[in-house]
Each structure stands twice: as C-alpha cells, then as structure tokens.
Ligand binder design. Sequence first.
Ligand SMILES: Nc1nc2c(c(=O)[nH]1)N[C@H]1C(S)=C(S)[C@@H](COP(=O)(O)O)O[C@H]1N2
Ligand SMILES: [Mo]
Length: 346
Amino acid sequence: MITREKEPPNLEMPFNALEDFVTPNERFYVRCHFPIPKINERDWRLKVEGKVARPFEVTMEDLRQMPAHTITATLECAGNSRVFLVPKVKGVQWELGAIGNAEWTGVRLRDLLQRAGMANEAREIILEGADNGTIAEPPRPAGKINFARSLPFEKAMDDVLLAFAMNGEPLSAAHGFPLRAVVPGWYGMASIKWLRRIIVTDQPFNGYYQSIDYAYWQRGDSGPALVPLAEMQVKAEIARPENNEVIRANSKYLVKGAAWTSKAIVTKVEVSCDSGRSWGEATLNGDATENAWRLWGFEWQTPAPGNYILMARATDSRGRMQPMEHDLNRGTYMISHCLPIEVEVR
Ligand SMILES: Nc1nc2c(c(=O)[nH]1)N[C@H]1C(S)=C(S)[C@@H](COP(=O)(O)O)O[C@H]1N2
Ligand SMILES: [Mo]
C-alpha cells in the first residue's frame, strides 16, 4: 500500500496491482479523518434514536441474531484521482487507488429503522461514527466533532447495509470494526465506519462533513447552491500501464482497468491511445452488477517509439459518459473526467 498519511492512516492501493473483481482486504484503501477509535466489542452499543417511536440500543450479539445479507459494493473516495487536477489543489493527493470492491455482510439499515418505528416527518437518517477530533482549518466548529453524515430517508430504507464482515472476515479496525455502513453507489464518505449512533431527523442535516466538507456547487434556477456529495459518477481507470511505464514498440500490450457507476451498470469502456483523438472499445469482463465495478481489457497494438497518452472512458446504462475535463463546480471532489496516463513506447 502507498502511505498518503501515517497518522491517522490514509493508505492507497497501488492501482497497477489490480487483479481481481474483489479487492483483497489488505489491498483495500483506508481513509480516516481522525485516529482509529479503540473499540471493545463487549462495551460497544449502537443507538437508534431521534424521531422514532421506540428508541433502542443493540449489541453486536443482537445484530448477529438478525437476518444477514451479503452485497458486493465498490467504495470510491470522493477525492480519488485528485493528483490529476491542474493546478494542484489541497487535500490527500490520491492517485488511482482510493477505490476498492468488496463483499460486505451485515444487516439492513431498513430493518433497524423499522424496528424503531419512524415518525411520519422523518426525513433524513444521520449516521455517526465513534471517531472524533478537531478540524485544523477554518471554517470549522470549535472543539471536537465526530465523523457523521446523513442519508435521505429513501436511500436509508433502500439498500444500505450495516456491515460487520468484509470479504468473509470480521471488519478490521481500519475499516470500521465492529460495524460500518455501506452505502451502495455513493462515494465513500457516506459509508460511516465505527458506527455508534443512528439519528432520525425531520430537518436537513448540515454537519461539517455534509456542508463545509464533502459538498459541491450545483447550479440551479437561483444560482449555485452547495449540495452534499452523494452518488458516484461513471468512471473508468487504467490500472496497466501505469503512469510513465515504458512499453515495447510494435508489440501487443493488454491495457487493463476497472469501471464503475451508480444506480446503473457500465455498458461500455473505450480506450484512446492517442490523447483522446480516436477510441477503441474494450472488452468487459464478467457480468455487470449494479454498484460494483467491472473489470475490462483492451489489446493495444503498440506503435513506433514515442510518448503517448492513454485514456479510458466509460458509459453506463443510463447513457452517461465521462467528460474530458473536470467540472470546476465539484472543487477537489468527484474527479471523474478521462484521466491521462503517459507512457513511453520504446
Ligand atoms: N467514522 C468514519 N467513517 C468514515 C470515515 C471516517 O474518517 N470516519 N471516512 C470516510 C471516507 S471519506 C471514506 S472514502 C470511507 C473509506 O472507507 P475505508 O477506509 O474502509 O476504505 O470511509 C468513510 N467513513
Ligand atoms: Mo473519502
């Protein structure tokens, strides 16, 4: 793994190591805002409260008695590929590997919410982690805050999982032990780790990681407004070759990568080996699963020696295609334009 920050740990998968549909746990990126909380399972409780008829708390033992579900979902950090932004911007300088695909096992958020009995005015569900700390840069609230995000009622009741296992193993401390949310199709920040509290509210939640951080500008009738980041954008990334790789001239090279989207499936990946002038269609591997990435390959007949720029471009079943340029209203997040990979053919 590539260490982007030591404490708290922020680790990136070297994306050229991409092999399998499922990312091995030890290769799954780690994104932490605060130190990893030390949690003893016996003392841990999950509270469900707010606009509910019957607030309650559960132990891990209680959760294991509930119907378990397993889903495959890709998590991508909203800042993945930030290093490609020109000019350089602040934030963790992720390359291509702040993304992974895993099988998650746990209980449905919906089942817990139904048990609590939600009030009619319930509008958002806030998920709060046990980790906390202070924010370094203004604008910031005074004192310590916990990492927290909200979900619209409909999403919370749809397919959100509260997972205790990742690829068949108990969650590791870095990935949210003992329990984390997995919000399929959404950028990683929604999938709260070290979950300790679920709060049902009748108000829009404007927490720090919902408004100041992890938000972007959306242009509407009344001008641009800040909107919390949510669904992942359609995107393909090239795993091999890696940036600055040297490739043999006049030979065959298998360009490989992954592509993903949200609330749809990836239907096409194209590859350009000439800076985006011409495109050829890649072969998609395996069957498509919603909210999980798809691996793909493209055989490149390499040209005469020289420097070349490769790009991949995905299209999904809703007809959405990656743009060539980063949308500036998205600031330092949602970096889903076609990313240039420079290679030397020799
Ligand atoms: N409690 C808590 N949950 C969190 C975070 C965090 O710092 N604290 N980081 C979020 C972000 S920004 C991402 S991208 C994902 C990363 O999950 P992973 O570390 O398991 O890959 O967790 C999310 N959930
Ligand atoms: Mo993230």
